[in-house]
Structure formats: structure tokens, C-alpha cells
Design a protein around this ligand. Structure first.
Ligand SMILES: [Mg+2]
Length: 190
């Protein structure tokens, strides 16, 4: 019986919904002084340090998905480039899956990622973590969010290493919404 539950638990890995721009990569029309990794249209793309390692090691303990508020085609093509061969994402979503809303404080339109759309795919809300550098895009589900610093090309950036350590410490949580995730860099435990 125990092993049966254990298998269920493994099947029921927490889903990481990863943002793309400034979380996993940096895309810019203005070339940086360091070598870019690849190009897409007019953009020079820089992978965040440790990206491949991060995706590979997280895939052992989590289900993975990408959700960006950028153009769908851009998202698909960038993900195709950065995806390690042995990894499958549960879904890769772009702007058409976002909910566009006027933010009066910021005085602009914000493309929000609302988890009820993920829930409709059969994922349990208690078992989803959104990794994002933009709180305004995840505010509908801030209890599910882990905010990372924005990556803009710094080759000494170690955010994905620190993040992996934190995520590993909470991978067995039954309800990710039940504990505070702000200040995660200093805590590293659930
Ligand atoms: Mg972002």
C-alpha cells in the first residue's frame, strides 16, 4: 500500500510553470558585449547561466512547462532552442493564453497568467509553482509564485543555482500555497 501511495506521489510531481524572458533567457535587439547564444529575428538571445543544468535537474523532481506573455511563435521557437533533448514540457504557452488587463497603477496593459487555465488541464492548484521575474503577471496567483531576479545578460548570475536548491527543498510539499515564498533566497526551506 505504501509503495502504491509513493507512486501516486511521484506521478503527482509539482508542476513548475516557467516564465521565459528575463527568467530563463534574455533577448535584446542591442547586442551585449558578450557572445550571444543564438538569434531569433532581430533579437540576440542569451541563456541564463546554468539553464540546461537547471532544466535537466529539475525535471527529475518536477513536471515542467513554459508560459510566457510573449508572442506565441517566439515562445515556441525559443523553447525549441533551449529545450534539452531528453526533456518534455507539459505545455508551452504564449500570449494567447494570457489574460490582458489594464493596470491603472502601471498605466499599461498587462498580460496576466491565470492559473485557472492550467487547472483546466487537470493540474491541481496546490501543486503548481510559477517561476517569474514579473509579479504583475502572476498577481492573480501570487500564492503559487516564486519570484526571481531579472536576468539581463550577467554572466556571473547564479539565480538558477540558488533557485534549484530552494525548489528541491520544497518539492514534496502537498500544498505550495500554504507557506510564504517571499524571501525564499534566505530561507531555502519550506
Ligand atoms: Mg519575464
Amino acid at each position: 500500500v505504501l509503495s502504491h501511495y509513493r507512486n501516486l506521489e511521484i506521478e503527482n510531481k509539482i508542476l513548475l510553470v516557467l516564465d521565459l524572458d528575463e527568467t530563463l533567457i534574455h533577448a535584446t535587439e542591442r547586442k551585449l558585449e558578450i557572445d550571444f547564444d543564438f538569434q531569433y529575428a532581430d533579437y540576440f538571445i542569451y541563456r541564463r547561466p546554468n539553464l540546461k543544468w537547471f532544466l535537466e535537474s529539475m525535471s527529475a523532481d518536477f513536471k515542467l512547462a513554459v508560459w510566457s506573455s510573449a508572442d506565441d511563435k517566439y515562445v515556441e521557437e525559443i523553447v525549441e532552442k533551449i529545450k534539452p533533448e531528453n526533456i518534455e514540457f507539459e505545455f508551452v504557452w504564449g500570449r494567447t493564453r494570457c489574460t490582458t488587463k489594464r493596470d491603472y497603477e502601471l498605466d499599461e496593459y498587462v498580460h496576466e497568467k491565470r492559473l485557472k487555465k492550467v487547472k483546466k488541464k487537470g493540474f491541481s492548484i496546490e501543486r503548481i509553482l510559477m517561476i517569474d521575474d514579473s509579479p504583475e503577471k502572476t498577481k492573480d496567483n501570487y500564492g503559487n509564485a516564486v519570484y526571481v531576479s531579472a536576468f539581463e545578460g550577467d554572466q556571473n548570475d547564479s539565480e538558477l543555482k540558488t533557485l534549484a536548491e530552494y525548489l528541491s527543498s520544497i518539492k514534496d510539499s502537498h500544498n505550495v500555497r500554504s507557506f510564504e515564498k517571499r524571501g525564499w533566497k534566505n530561507k531555502k526551506t519550506a
